[in-house]
Design a protein around this ligand. Structure first.
Ligand code: ZN
Ligand code: ZN
Length: 400
């Protein structure tokens, strides 16, 4: 009985100009499916209705024209020459169409699926079939956006980034982690940078990204490292984790083994990448949260000669209070951080030079731990050995 009453009202409101999708949708809470068209068919049969032949008053024909809309989408995707395996559809509809649809629900006092949801889903189904791809609500490769506010739907394709993660080793000093624009010209090119626009000829980022950009035909890339080392510091051991984000890739099914080989060949002697694998947006955030510990190897030069036994004092280094170092003060807030030295060992090279292997909590500035940074880092190697100390070489051995 409820069905019949609702149907009568609905046909009254729409003058019978209603498409099967809109008709079925208004009964999605009480009639079995699957699908709104199926619901409409059973209503048409039960109540001996005439199928409407004029434009649907609720969706204005959008739902019946979805195949045509899919043609526009297909045209666009083919023009972009995209390769993808998952999509998501989003749409914009005229305001008055949305409010009229809601108004009907109010009059009938029902709660059923919104027209927008149905359009997105139904168009998604058509595209899924045409492109033999999946629908992904969380991380789709591409998002198809259709604007139905003009008589001819307009289509946009948002190509989501591709994430690749791995670890890098930096085998030589003098390479920054990311591309460093020239200080003088801010990247435009000037005599100082030899018209390269860069402070350094290359960077870990560029060495890693170039082969990946070429293979994916991406528009640009972003490099996310699990922390960074200074330009003059090597990154050895098992390497530092990173996530490479490729923006607007046209190709996603790339051979990472091949890319890895290409990077390692072209960057031979400079950097090396290990264990490349496909990753996701969450990992990009995860790897940035500071690491639990780090292991360093530092070569220390002292001003005064020292007895080997005096180095035993190094064992007293534990909790370090570190005011933001002078050399980074221009870009970091001035504050005091406390970090621990977890372990320290040393090898004597000569009476004024030794090498330390340090295991510390992440975020401790090592060069300043050694020099003391004019009293800004306390205690320091310089302070406890009672002579000026300088870190002349630094390598990161492990990022834990
Ligand atoms: Zn309709
Ligand atoms: Zn310049």
């Amino acid at each position: 009985m409820e069905t019949e009453k609702r149907l009568e009202k609905l046909l009254d409101i729409t003058d019978g100009s209603i498409c099967p999708n809109c008709l079925g949708r208004k009964f999605s809470d009480i009639l079995p499916g699957p699908g709104n068209v199926k619901r409409a068919e059973s209503l048409i049969e039960t109540f001996k209705l005439k199928k409407s032949t004029v434009e649907c008053k609720i969706c204005k024909g959008i739902l019946e024209d979805l195949e045509k809309t899919a043609d526009y989408v297909e045209e666009k995707i083919k023009k972009l020459n995209l390769e993808f395996s998952t999509i998501l559809v989003g749409s914009r509809l005229p305001e008055n169409l949305l409010s009229a649809d809601e108004k009907i629900n109010e009059i009938l006092n029902i709660e059923v699926e919104s027209i927008k949801k149905e359009i997105n889903r139904e168009l998604g189904k058509i595209l899924k079939k045409r492109f033999n791809c999946g629908v992904d609500f969380e991380n789709p490769d591409i998002v198809v956006k259709v604007d139905f506010r003009k008589s001819k739907p307009r289509v946009w394709i948002q190509i989501n980034p591709l994430f690749i993660e791995g670890r890098y080793r930096k085998l030589v000093r003098g390479i920054p982690q990311t591309k460093w624009p020239c200080r003088e010209c801010k990247g435009r090119g000037c005599p100082r940078c030899n018209f390269t626009g860069k402070m350094y000829p290359t960077s870990v980022e560029e060495l890693v990204a170039e082969p990946a950009l070429k293979a994916t035909q991406g528009s640009r890339s972003k490099f996310h490292g699990a922390g960074r080392e200074d330009v003059d510091v090597r990154m050895l051991g098992r390497g530092r984790p990173f996530v490479l984000e490729i923006k607007e890739p046209k190709i996603r099914k790339i051979n990472l083994k091949k890319i890895s080989d290409e990077i390692n060949k072209s960057a031979k002697g400079k950097i090396q990448v290990l264990d490349l694998k496909f990753s996701n947006r969450n990992r990009k955030v995860e790897i940035k949260t500071s690491s639990s510990y780090k292991i360093y190897k530092a070569k220390v030069k002292l001003k005064d000669k020292i007895e080997p036994s005096a180095l035993e004092k190094l064992k007293s280094l534990n909790l370090i209070k570190q005011r933001t170092p002078k050399r980074v003060a221009h870009r970091r807030a001035d504050k005091i951080r406390k970090r621990r030295v977890i372990d320290i060992r040393w090898n004597i090279i000569d009476s004024r030079t030794f090498e330390v292997i340090l295991k510390t909590e992440g975020g401790l500035y090592i060069k300043e731990l050694i020099s003391g940074d004019d009293g800004r880092t306390k205690p320091s190697v310089s302070e406890i050995l009672n002579t000026s100390a300088e870190c002349i070489e630094l390598d990161v051995l492990e990022v834990g």
